[in-house]
Design a protein around this ligand. Structure first.
Ligand code: NAD
Length: 260
């Protein structure tokens, strides 16, 4: 389904990033991953992807450095071709409420989660515009973009900003056949919240109890929705939020187990 397409995924060595890479490779896309790890640390994962008979590339890149992201996009184009499936996914989270979050924590979180996503989306989409090629941008957002969480205001603000960036980009790029959307997961039992649940498994159980559908999300679930929004048969979906929070937003308005 995605044969001959090149995908670029930031935070590609994280739990959700690796699941996205696996799914896009499974569907036939060549995959470029960027993350903070040394290239020497990621060899076995790259080999796993290559077993799908797709081309794979890894670069160590800090998404909060605009110049580095631009250079990354250029290097990927030279090696694999211009990426047309663009997945800004890298993020961090700082557990600190409004009264205690330090200015440098606030700034770092917005630099990575919002600015970093913008740098990748802009650099890659501008190249597609120059080449007059179609494409898909799928931001990995969060239900925290619309549901306030007291303990992570910087994360919520960054994800809310990301959502509006997604909509502005979608409007501007629609006439150029570049569709821009967001996948917004709720509680994922991996990655940022998985580590938090590992530190106190009772919070995992509490989270499970709160989610109306009664189970937490796995990285593969997110990956499938990202791939869905990359499907060339989707012609009309742009500026959309694919909310996959198991119904959390319907009932909790931001109450989460760590606040209890
Ligand atoms: N885990 C959840 O519950 C959850 C819920 C909703 C949304 N999300 C979103 O999913 C995405 C992936 O998160 P995850 O849960 O897999 O976490 P993760 O920590 O496993 O993955 C994030 C990756 O981003 C990388 N990264 C961090 N700073 C970077 C930087 N400056 N430059 C490049 N890479 C950087 C990390 O090294 C890591 O590999 C994020 O956008 C996150 O906000 C996660």
């Amino acid at each position: 389904m995605l044969n001959g397409q090149v995908a670029i995924v930031s935070g590609g060595m994280g739990d959700i990033g690796r699941a996205i890479a696996r799914e896009l490779a499974r569907l036939g896309a060549d995959v470029a991953l960027g993350d903070l790890r040394e290239p020497s640390e990621v060899g076995s994962f790259l080999r796993e992807l290559e077993a799908r008979e797709v081309k794979v590339r890894y670069d160590k890149v800090d998404v909060s450095d605009a110049g580095a992201v631009e250079a990354w996009v250029r290097a990927v184009e030279q090696a694999l071709g211009a990426p047309a499936l663009i997945v800004p996914n890298a993020a961090i989270v700082t557990l600190a409420d409004f009264r205690t979050v330090k200015p440098e924590q606030w700034t770092r979180e917005l630099r990575i989660n919002l600015d970093g996503a913008f740098y990748l989306a802009q650099a890659a989409a501008k190249r597609l515009l120059e080449l007059k090629k179609p494409g898909r941008v799928v931001f990995v957002g969060s239900w925290a973009a619309h549901a306030p969480h007291m303990h992570i205001p910087a994360y919520c603000a960054a994800k809310a900003g990301l959502r509006m960036l997604m909509k502005c980009m979608a409007l501007e790029l629609a006439p150029h056949n570049i569709l821009v959307n967001e996948v917004a997961p709720g509680y994922v039992d991996a990655g940022l919240s998985g580590r938090f649940f590992d530190a106190d498994p009772r919070k995992r159980e509490k989270a499970r109890e709160i989610v109306p559908v009664g189970h937490l999300i796995q990285p593969d679930d997110v990956a499938r929705e990202v791939a869905h929004l990359c499907d060339a048969r989707l012609k009309h979906v742009t500026g959309s939020v694919l909310l996959m929070d198991g119904g959390l937003s319907l009932v909790t308005a931001g109450h989460s187990p760590e606040e209890k």
